[in-house]
Design a protein around this ligand. Structure first.
Ligand code: C2E
Ligand code: MG
Ligand code: MG
Length: 606
């Protein structure tokens, strides 16, 4: 109850007062009247006193709160200000002063517009003021201007103080937040190593260009044999090389050309609104620019690039398809000798179509006896002596003619037909080798084995054992060649390789240097032979990097007691360099091309 204290006070006074008025005197109307007047007066006085103390207490609390609020406002990082109906500051806190670099006095004598540029004032006036009038509240972003003229991004919250024209404003400096946002955006869209826009940027840019440009050429660049340079020189040097490649590519950037680093040694260039002829020229120049030597940590490195090109909208209108086509064209550029560029063309498209046709035909090939083996001699280089042969498959198609394994082995691998084809190859090669042995020509035979065959290890090993027995061939005269790319998951194939080795059969890593293994990983593998890929031998005379790579492979091989075979020897010069490097074995057109068995026998065994 509001006046409890006053009522209790009146009751006490009236008891005291009443007792003095009525205890020793007869109650009379006068005394009763006097008593009531007394009580009313006492009640009124009590009530006033109570009100007085109440207000005093309230004032004390309010004062304390105001002091606390003031401390609070001053200790907040946000700038707080109150403006009157003319927009002039009536209050500013410490942060507000610090944020803008003005003194309290300067601000209290000024209008809020002192804190903004003319264009921001106009924007805020047209956006914030109507919102304040309508909703009593506005929130947004603007650039504030400090006393020294510098600007900073800020978030602003304005609210109209109730029943007045005054505005309460809170300003937050969001410079750091903006920097962090920019950093995150930058990281999300940039390749960390080269600082070039990444794949995500590429997709955004392609989307944007498809709306704006009539034609876009997608150039898919992949460095040739980067992996081996990376493994030989170390990852640090590999990174520096990629940075330098990126720098050279950046020099092509202009209004119509953008460059992206989509990962590893793969870059993409987008060129829009120019004709195919000009793109052709640009691609040639890119090839030349990358072909010039790089200098990394004191080493001269030669590296080349293969480029595949697709065009929007001529080749496709879907982004992923365009990238896939450019990638396929790049793959073709590599196949046709690397350091090359290739537009996606009808041949490549036709290949994609004929693939399904070949697949159907390949199924009939074994049954129809359309597969044959050719044999290429392998020589001991120092003695110039024939020591073995590599069996290489050919497909004699009745209407398409001879089809290269490069064309049909990938299809056979994809479809699983390679398992049966592989079995046929082993059987056929062992039969041939036993025939030659019977005729007095003992030779070792190397057979190429694909990843798919290795996965069905039990079947493979059983089949080999059965064939060795059937043709009475010594296991040491058989070598299985597996391509280096199989070693990507080398832990998985180690058991089957061990099993093969236990039988006494040899294992060779084919096309070494093009794939993923590093020289260091070789010591964990149960292998006997390394075949240096022919691309390294091809440029041996003129390319210092290739020389260094080949020499280090030979040296490591010698240290690990692994036989080294150089593939693709075509000239006496290449042979002499390899002999100088103490490379023991070699194959190549210089000694002889792969030949059918009868011709091979005629040329090399008689
Ligand atoms: P590979 O095992 O590395 O065989 C070497 C390839 O290089 C052969 O091509 C051979 O004809 C060619 N070659 C040899 N010496 C020279 C030379 O001096 N210069 C040039 N430019 N080339 C030379 P081929 O016969 O077309 O075989 C290509 C690839 O197909 C083989 O590469 C091998 O990976 C695969 N292959 C061949 N036969 C079989 C097979 O029976 N099974 C499996 N899975 N793959 C096979
Ligand atoms: Mg081979
Ligand atoms: Mg090879």
């Amino acid at each position: 109850m509001r006046y409890t204290k006053t009522i209790i006070f009146c009751l006490i006074v009236s008891i005291v007062n009443g007792s003095s008025l009525f205890i020793h005197h007869e109650p009379s109307p006068y005394r009763v009247f006097l008593f009531i007047v007394n009580i009313v007066i006492i009640f009124l006085i009590g009530r006033q006193l109570e009100r007085y103390f109440f207000i005093k207490k309230e004032l004390g609390t309010t004062k304390l709160s105001l002091i606390q609020y003031s401390y609070g406002l001053n200790s907040t990082m946000d700038g707080v200000g109150i403006t009157n109906e003319h927009g002039e500051f009536e209050y500013v806190n410490e942060s507000h002063m610090k944020m803008y670099g003005y003194s309290k006095k300067e601000l209290l004598q000024s209008n809020w517009s002192i804190c903004y540029s003319q264009s921001t004032i106009e924007r805020l006036s047209s956006l914030a003021m109507p919102a304040l009038d309508r909703d009593g509240y506005w929130r947004g972003e603007a650039d504030g201007i400090r006393k020294d003229g510098t600007s900073f991004p800020q978030e602003i919250i304005l609210s109209r103080i109730k029943n007045s024209k005054k505005v309460f404003c809170v300003v937050r400096d969001v410079t750091e937040q903006k920097i962090a946002e920019e950093n995150i955006k930058h990281m999300a869209l940039t390749n960390e190593l080269t600082q070039l826009p990444n794949r995500r940027s590429l997709l955004l840019r392609l989307h944007q260009l498809m709306d704006e440009a009539d034609r876009i050429f997608v150039l898919f660049l992949d460095l040739d044999r980067f992996k081996i340079a990376n493994d030989t020189l170390g990852h640090e040097a590999g990174d520096r090389l990629l940075e330098q490649v990126a720098n050279r590519l950046v020099s092509f950037r202009n209004e119509y050309t953008s460059v992206f680093h989509i990962g590893g040694d793969e870059f993409i260039m987008l060129i829009h609104n120019i004709d195919k002829h000009s793109v052709n020229q640009v691609a040639s120049v890119i090839g030349q620019v990358i072909d010039k030597p790089f200098y990394v940590s004191g080493n001269e490195i030669s590296i080349t690039t293969s480029i595949g090109i697709s065009c929007y909208p001529d080749d496709h209108v879907d982004i992923e398809e365009l990238l896939k086509l450019a990638d396929t064209a790049m793959y073709y550029a590599k196949l046709s000798g690397k350091n090359n560029h290739e537009f996606i063309n009808n041949d490549i498209k036709l290949f994609l179509e004929t693939k399904s046709f070949l697949e159907l035909e390949l199924k009939k090939a074994i049954r129809n006896q359309e597969l044959v083996l050719h044999y290429q001699p392998k020589l001991a280089l120092q003695r110039n002596k024939l020591v073995g042969v590599e069996a290489l498959i050919r497909w004699k198609h009745p209407t398409l003619g001879t089809i290269s394994p490069v064309e049909f082995i990938p299809i056979a691998e994809e479809t699983g037909l390679i398992v049966d084809i592989g079995k046929w190859v082993i059987k056929e090669a062992l039969q041939q080798i036993s025939e030659w042995e019977k005729e007095g020509f003992p030779l070792q035979v190397s057979v190429n084995v694909s990843q798919r065959q290795l996965k069905r290890e039990g079947e493979l090993v059983q089949h080999i054992q059965a064939c060795l027995q059937q043709y009475n061939v010594n296991p040491k005269d058989l070598e299985l060649e597996i391509t280096e790319s199989v070693l990507e998951n080398y832990e998985k194939i180690i058991p089957v390789l061990n099993e093969v080795k236990t039988l006494g059969i040899k294992v060779a890593i084919d096309d070494f240097g093009t794939g993923f293994s590093s020289l260091g990983s070789l010591k964990y593998l149960p292998i006997n032979t390394l075949k240096i890929d022919q691309t390294f031998i091809k440029d041996l005379e003129g390319n210092k990097t290739d020389l260094a790579i080949v020499k280090s492979i030979i040296d490591v091989g010698r240290n690990l007691e692994i036989e080294i075979v150089a593939e693709g020897i075509e000239t006496i010069e290449q042979l002499n360099i390899l002999k100088d490097f103490k490379c023991l074995y070699g194959q190549g057109y210089y000694f002889g091309q792969p030949l059918p068995p009868e011709q091979f026998k005629e040329k090399f065994l008689t």
